[in-house]
Write a protein that binds this ligand. Structure first.
Ligand code: GCO
Length: 487
């Protein structure tokens, strides 16, 4: 008898009596060049909100709106990474991280969003990059992870087409400073998420609630800004830059490996059948193919903004890789007519602390489908979970769920690689527990526990486990061990 703990496929059968998984199923091999990393973002970890010339971002202001963020939490101190970055690099080194994805705070570099750069802001990232390289860790820099200078918001922010110029200038400043040492760039983090949650749903900064015409204009401006940023990186880079963005990968998982279900899931993932601003293709096709998808145009047509014809040329830039932030995905099957249909999860299905379902196959099908369509090397730029972590009486943080979650997802990623998908690396979200946006410090995503009142860091069991995963290049994924804490 079997008990299905993720979804009903052969691969995940567990013996109900022994609770053992057949080990042979988990034979995974990662290429020697595979890069093991972890990710963070400036506003979520840095703190030092008013130091060295930094001006407020939209998130600083959003945190001040009553009830906007859980328990009135702010990013004022966060993980205090701005002061503790050396300690944090030492932790990365201890884990054996090979790459670190971080973001640069625009309001540190250009406090008002435009004009002369702030040397102290640039210095911070300059030292950080040197520190990473000295620790043998490859820096992967994200230019925008949501902390838009508040001043620019007052000038229309993403709804003002000038943002493409502002961002291109900011890009140039950063790239001139760091590109002798930084080769890998991500322009924007999850454009869909900051666009939709911040400007349509009003639940992220800046808390606006716009309708379709404004939203489509805003998205167009975001795409244009990405194009200008890519051009600015290529023009200013002192080395041959590798450029991508971190897309919030809306993955659909085929409920079975029946070709009909696979086709239905893939079709669903890349088609627009309703006024769905989240649609992958609305964000990615213009960049990769140079046009909005036809099916989406039909649907959004009445609300589409007019824009100059050569915008699409600017938007359509050669990208070197596609970063995918993937955490979970719904199961899809083909109905009698072959159309995609959701398969509900059974009662009691595993959920993370944020109540996100645990669907490891998203790290197989996500990379595979994105790679099939866009033919670019893939990085998993985020994957991880919020878990109910606390310091146990032995002073340690035991998080077997994070180990199991990560292990399952990496096994699936390994399977994608074995099936020919070009996946270059994996960045766990996140290195540290941090400011989880509207959820404040309530959600803990870190491999490393942060005691926020004191700033003290404690490596969780998962951090040690991840360190061994890196050291063995994934070979230890086959071992079903969950409560390791070898210091
Ligand atoms: C996002 C961001 C991260 C989050 C993480 C967990 O996806 O929202 O990239 O900043 O913290 O994804 O929600």
């Amino acid at each position: 008898m079997t008990l299905y703990i993720t979804q009903p496929t052969e691969r995940h059968e567990i013996d109900e009596v022994t609770m053992q998984q057949p080990e042979k199923v988990y034979e995974v091999k990662f290429p020697d060049t595979f890069l093991w990393g972890a990710a963070t973002a400036s506003f979520q970890i840095e703190g030092a909100a008013k130091e060295d010339g930094r001006a407020p971002s939209v998130w600083d202001m959003f945190c001040r709106i009553p009830k906007a963020v859980y328990s009135g939490h702010t990013g004022d101190v966060a993980c205090d990474h701005y002061h503790r970055w050396k300690e944090d690099i030492a932790i990365m080194q201890q884990l054996g991280l090979q790459a670190y994805r971080f973001s640069i705070a625009w309001p540190r570099i250009q406090p008002e969003g435009t004009g002369k750069p702030n040397p102290k802001g640039l210095d911070f990232y300059d030292k950080l990059v040197d520190g990473l390289l000295a620790a043998n860790i490859v820096p992967y820099a994200t230019l925008f992870h949501w902390d838009l200078p508040y001043e620019l918001h007052c000038r229309g922010g993403w709804l003002n087409r000038d943002i493409a110029d502002w961002f291109a200038d900011y890009t140039r400043i950063v790239v001139e400073k760091l590109s002798d040492r930084v080769k890998y760039w991500m322009t924007l983090n999850e454009p869909g998420v900051f666009g939709i949650l911040g400007y349509r749903d009003g639940i992220h900064a800046p808390g606006e609630k716009y309708d379709y015409p404004e939203m489509l204009r805003l998205i167009h401006n975001i795409l244009l800004t990405n194009g200008r940023s890519v051009q600015a990186i290529r023009a200013a880079s002192k080395t041959v830059a590798q450029i991508g963005w971190a897309h919030a990968g809306g993955v659909r998982i085929p409920a079975t490996e029946d070709p009909k279900d696979i086709a239905a899931a893939s079709h669903y993932m890349f088609s627009i059948t309703s006024k769905d601003l989240w649609a992958n293709t609305w964000w990615l096709d213009p960049v990769m193919f140079g046009h909005y998808p036809q099916d989406g145009l039909k649907i959004f047509e009445p609300h589409m903004p007019a824009f100059p014809a050569d915008d699409m040329k600017t938007i359509h830039q050669k990208m070197d890789f596609l970063g995918c932030n993937i955490y979970h995905g719904p199961l899809i099957k083909a109905n009698d007519k072959g159309e995609p249909e959701h398969v509900p999860l059974p009662p009691g299905y595993p959920l993370t602390a944020l109540k996100w379902p645990v669907t490891p196959e998203c790290l197989y099908w996500g990379p595979r489908f994105f790679h099939d369509r866009y033919k670019l090397p893939i990085y998993i730029t985020e994957n991880g979970l919020s878990n109910q972590d606390w310091v146990a009486l032995d002073g340690k943080v035991h998080d077997p769920q994070r180990i199991d979650y990560t292990r399952r997802h990496l096994i699936e990623l390994g399977r994608a690689i074995a099936d020919g998908v070009d996946v270059q690396g994996y960045f766990h979200w996140s290195l540290l527990d941090n400011f989880e946006w509207a959820e404040g410090y309530k959600e803990r995503f870190g491999l490393v526990y942060v005691d926020f009142p004191s700033g003290k860091r404690i490596l969780k069991d998962s951090a040690y486990w991840y360190g061994r995963t890196i050291a063995s290049n994934g070979a230890n994924l086959r071992l079903p061990r969950y409560s390791e804490n070898e210091t």
